[in-house]
Design a protein around this ligand. Structure first.
Ligand SMILES: *Cc1c(COP(=O)(O)O)cnc(C)c1O
Length: 465
């Protein structure tokens, strides 16, 4: 399988190439040159497989010759063996035609583990094949950093450095990063905001000698491998609820548009998906786009669902490329216009096409709290992100079809919001029960590129020694 950039000016790469590159050199995102197709008979052949086996088979065409199938199978088994539920991504029935697919049984209790646990193993394999070493640097407001650390800890060929804004993540989120005592993991608490951390990471990548010396790499949500690794659970849910004979619908709490894009990809490959509900909090750029073709940037407002507090959904560019009939010049022009004006000019025909499948939904904090309370009354504890997805599914059902909500975080990850809504403080699962007793290890840095680069360099030199 070969991958092309949505902007058409970057080298065509194989899976290993896009895994290591992340963003394409022309600023675009990598996407398969052609989509694999699954016939109804092919899909039936996946029914009843253990999740790790299904994942390996779905990923095989994307991975191509870069990882032998037996190795890919072993990676999938190993990646999902550590999940806290035997079904890995279990479906829980909430109502007659409503299910939650719990994607949060991984080590850091958010759906990002499903892709990241596999990515860490893929990185290590590809780096070993190419006899390379990388330093992964990333900024996090919470979930991404811990998922990356858990995925990369103790893996040869990889150092990982995560910047977080000091005092601005939840205590559970910070401890999930700072209590990992692995030689190849470093946490830096930056005196600044999440945006400052992200700017520091961008500045490190823009510092060409630094980037080259340390072999900087990233595992952020624009990495194609992360999208690919999210496709199997949509297929698993659809098969469990009657596909390919029956259509299904999904509701996805959305931030960077990565998770819902994976659902779109499953549909593109032949899974009968009738509707995709894109659920947002008050940061509703996607809901405004789907409602009235208004994709315009507004300031980010903090909410109870911080992983959806975004200004620009970076993975939307991949859908845009498809909506524009895979025209890279038109995609590049649209994205450049968006950057220049803060408003994306999507042709009416493309917007209309998007609306036949995607439906937008928004819910403010008061509504989110009310939904958590309502669900608790019915016996289900949902985190704020999942609660928004469930509210969206109820508001925009697909008559007579099963609707599956992506349950993206464990309620114990957001105990304050849950306690305020229900009076109940959710307990961490047993394997994390001692999180608050573990020793934290991290360094502090001022909001200064020189200071942060000096720390990253020192860490990398120590590990190379
Ligand atoms: C990252 C995240 C999201 C948003 O996912 P995208 O792929 O960025 O749309 C939603 N909920 C939780 C809990 C997350 O961690």
């Amino acid at each position: 399988m070969r991958y092309i950039s949505t902007r058409g000016q970057a080298p065509v790469r194989d899976f290993a190439g896009v895994l290591l590159a992340g963003l394409a050199e022309d600023g675009g995102l990598y996407i398969p040159e052609t989509w694999p197709r699954w016939s109804p008979a092919d899909l039936r052949g996946l029914r009843g497989l253990p999740y790790c086996e299904l994942a390996a088979r779905v990923l095989a065409p994307f991975v191509g010759a870069c990882i032998p199938f037996a190795t890919l199978q072993a990676m999938c088994r190993d990646a999902y063996a550590g999940f806290g539920h035997p079904a890995v991504v279990p479906l829980v029935q909430l109502d007659a035609n409503l299910w939650a697919q719990e994607l949060f049984h991984g080590p850091t209790l958010a759906f990002k583990d499903v892709a990241m646990q596999l990515l860490g193993r893929m990185f290590a394999y590809v780096l070993q094949q190419q006899n390379q070493h990388v330093t992964i640097v990333g900024a996090t407001s919470g979930d991404t950093g811990s998922a990356a650390i858990e995925a990369c800890r103790d893996r040869p060929g990889i150092d990982v450095v995560i910047l977080h804004p000091e005092g601005r993540t939840s205590e559970v989120q910070r401890r999930q990063m700072t209590t990992v005592h692995a030689r190849n993991v470093a946490n830096i608490a930056v005196a600044g905001t999440f945006d400052d951390c992200q700017d520091l990471v961008k500045a490190m990548f823009a510092d060409v000698p630094f980037r080259r010396d340390l072999h900087l790499s990233a595992v952020n949500s624009i990495n194609w491998a992360r999208i690919a690794a999210q496709i199997p659970y949509y297929i698993a849910a659809a098969l469990a609820l009657g596909a390919p004979e029956r259509e299904v619908a999904f509701s996805v709490p959305t931030g960077n548009f990565g998770n819902v894009l994976a659902a779109w990809a499953a549909r593109r490959m032949g899974v009968p998906i009738a509707r995709l509900v894109v659920a947002s909090n008050r940061n509703d750029i996607l809901a405004r786009f789907l409602e009235s073709n208004d994709m315009s940037i507004q300031g980010v407002e903090p909410s109870l669902s911080p992983s959806m507090d975004i200004q620009v959904s970076s993975n939307f560019e991949r859908l845009l490329f498809e909506l524009l009939d895979r025209d890279p010049a038109a995609t590049a022009a649209t994205m450049q216009g968006f950057r220049a004006t803060g408003r994306m000019d999507v042709p009416r025909a493309a917007w209309t096409r998007a609306r036949t499948l995607f439906h937008g939904f928004r819910l403010d904090d008061a509504g989110t709290e009310a939904e958590i309370r309502r669900l608790h009354g019915l016996g289900y504890l949902a985190d704020p992100h999942t609660a928004i997805g469930i509210a969206a599914a109820r508001a925009l059902p697909c008559p007579h079809l099963p609707m599956v909500v992506a349950a993206t975080a464990h309620p114990a990850k957001f105990p304050d919001a849950i306690e305020r809504a229900t009076g109940l403080r959710p307990a961490l699962p047993p394997r994390l029960a001692d999180l608050f007793d573990r020793t934290e290890i991290y360094t502090r840095a001022p909001n200064s590129l020189d200071a942060v680069e000096a720390q990253v360099r020192a860490f990398s030199l120590r590990n190379a020694a």
